[in-house]
Design a protein around this ligand. Structure first.
Ligand SMILES: *Cc1c(COP(=O)(O)O)cnc(C)c1O
Length: 466
């Protein structure tokens, strides 16, 4: 199995990124509960033949969809070790927790957070953002909110319309409802409009609301923009709001000398949510929430019970435990693959990989702007490029709907080609081919393949009578 997966990593380029799933393979995963076991080798074979070829392919250098990391063989074997150990890292006196705290130390250092900062691994930034909203809730209403619930619909939070939808979901889950999240328009740089934000806070206060939380974005999901984090920090301070940053993929850009200056202000956040499984190249899943004042995190999540009693000696020592810092009790050893990845490659190398994905995005942007049949749809801030095929306007013009339909079909055909796999988004009213370069394996050849395939398929669709 190990050999097969190392071969897989080595031979990725010879495989399709993704391919349509034959119906009989999907149907094969509707068996009834097995009463008796099968040979492991038969299952291994099935894994290689029926699961590997029909996964989404984010390890492949030609994968450019959504925002997904590629992982590394180092992370893979580290995860194998973690599974072999089968550590439950919810608490108790064990070195796996010291490994997780080692990552905390590194993150304090990276983001210049004080020693009072705490943090915890979670599945991903969706959950990390939720945890931040809940901590901000406790901060605003006091610990009694944990007993009494959110009293009345008075508290309001603020983020940009370009923020990830999980911020809105977090407001829903935390009991505020999504209406309590004010979605502020963006400026031409796709950053939150600071004047509109200040206005909205003023209006809300006048109407009797209590602003409690501002969520900035470091690397937006649509176009990779970074809000003015210093200005948001100052505003949050003067408005006495919790300042949280969704830095899902962007925050770890602090490891790059090229990217870090653009994240100025991140060190002033009350909390930062980010993923090691995106730009950090750690295999799925490895999200993290870092909180400046760890006492707020403890006050929100620690829950004394008899069966989880703490000691100063024996196996129940080592308090506070990770289960005091988030909703999870039982949890796996995500810290191990993260520790192995950072320790094997070093922060500098990981930062260079991130900067290289930004350089590839700049290269692709230049190719697009030099090609009259393509149109760039948003500024390229980091590693995300949004563009569309517009065709040869000397031959014919397309209506807005035709252009959107053509580009929608184009993205699907690119994905079905197996060579390159972007995803899509809407930039205003325009359907965009969206490329996010996250994987350390992606190279200039993949950008060239994307250009060639886009033009070839675009020309075919442009020429067809429909
Ligand atoms: C990916 C992403 C998320 C969601 O993170 P998950 O790890 O998928 O839960 C949130 N915000 C931004 C900006 C993202 O890119």
């Amino acid at each position: 199995m190990l050999d097969d997966m190392l071969d897989y990593a080595e031979q990725l380029r010879e495989r399709p990124v993704w391919q349509p799933i034959p119906p009989q393979i999907k149907a094969g995963f509707h068996e009834s509960l097995p009463q008796h076991g099968k040979e492991l080798s038969a299952l291994h074979q099935r894994f290689m033949q029926e699961i590997v070829p029909y996964s989404i392919g984010n390890a492949h250098p030609g994968f450019m969809g959504w925002v997904q990391g590629g992982g590394t063989p180092v992370g893979m074997v580290a995860d194998m070790l973690a599974a072999g150990l089968n550590a439950n890292v919810g608490g108790r006196e064990q070195i796996p927790i010291a490994v997780e705290r080692q990552i905390l130390d590194w993150m304090r250092e990276l983001f210049r957070f004080p020693d009072t900062a705490n943090g915890v691994f979670v599945t991903g930034t969706s959950l990390a953002n939720f945890i931040a909203v809940v901590i901000a809730r406790t901060k605003a209403l006091g610990a009694q909110v944990r007993k009494q619930g959110v009293p009345e619909k008075r508290l309001t939070a603020y983020t940009s319309v370009g923020a990830h939808s999980c911020v809105s979901k977090a407001m829903d889950l935390a009991g505020f409802g999504t209406d309590a999240l004010r979605l502020i328009p963006m400026n031409e740089q796709y950053q939150i409009d600071l004047n509109r934000l200040a206005e909205q806070i003023r209006d809300d206060r006048a109407a009797g609301y209590q602003p409690f939380l501002i969520v900035g974005t470091a690397g937006s999901v649509d176009v990779g923009s970074i809000d003015d984090l210093s200005a948001l920090a100052a505003l949050a301070q003067s408005e006495q709001c919790w300042f949280h940053i969704d830095g899902a993929y962007g925050a770890l850009g602090m490891m790059s000398d090229q990217i870090a200056p653009r994240l100025t202000g991140i060190e002033r956040a009350d909390s930062i949510a980010f993923d090691f499984h995106k730009w950090g190249q750690v295999p799925y899943d490895a999200g993290y929430i870092l909180v400046r004042d760890g006492d707020n995190q403890l006050a929100t999540f620690s829950t004394p019970t008899n069966y989880l009693v703490r000691e100063t000696r024996g196996m129940a020592a080592g308090s506070p435990w990770p289960c005091d810092l988030g909703p999870d009790l039982s949890r796996g050893f995500r810290a191990l693959k993260t520790w192995f990845t950072i320790a094997t490659f070093g922060a500098k190398k990981l930062g260079e990989i991130m900067a290289n994905t930004c350089d590839l995005a700049q290269y692709l942007m230049r190719c697009i702007t030099e090609e009259p049949k393509l149109e760039l749809l948003a500024p390229v801030n980091l590693n995300i490029v949004c563009f569309r095929y517009v065709g040869d306007t000397r031959l014919k013009n397309m209506t807005a709907e035709q252009a959107n339909a053509l580009n929608n079909e184009l993205v699907i055909r690119l994905q079905e080609s197996g060579l390159v796999a972007p995803s899509s988004t809407m930039i205003g009213e325009r359907f965009a081919i969206r490329v996010a370069i996250v994987n350390h394996r992606s190279a200039q050849i993949d950008m060239d393949n994307l250009m060639q395939s886009t033009l070839r398929i675009g020309d075919e669709l442009f020429a067809s009578p429909n």
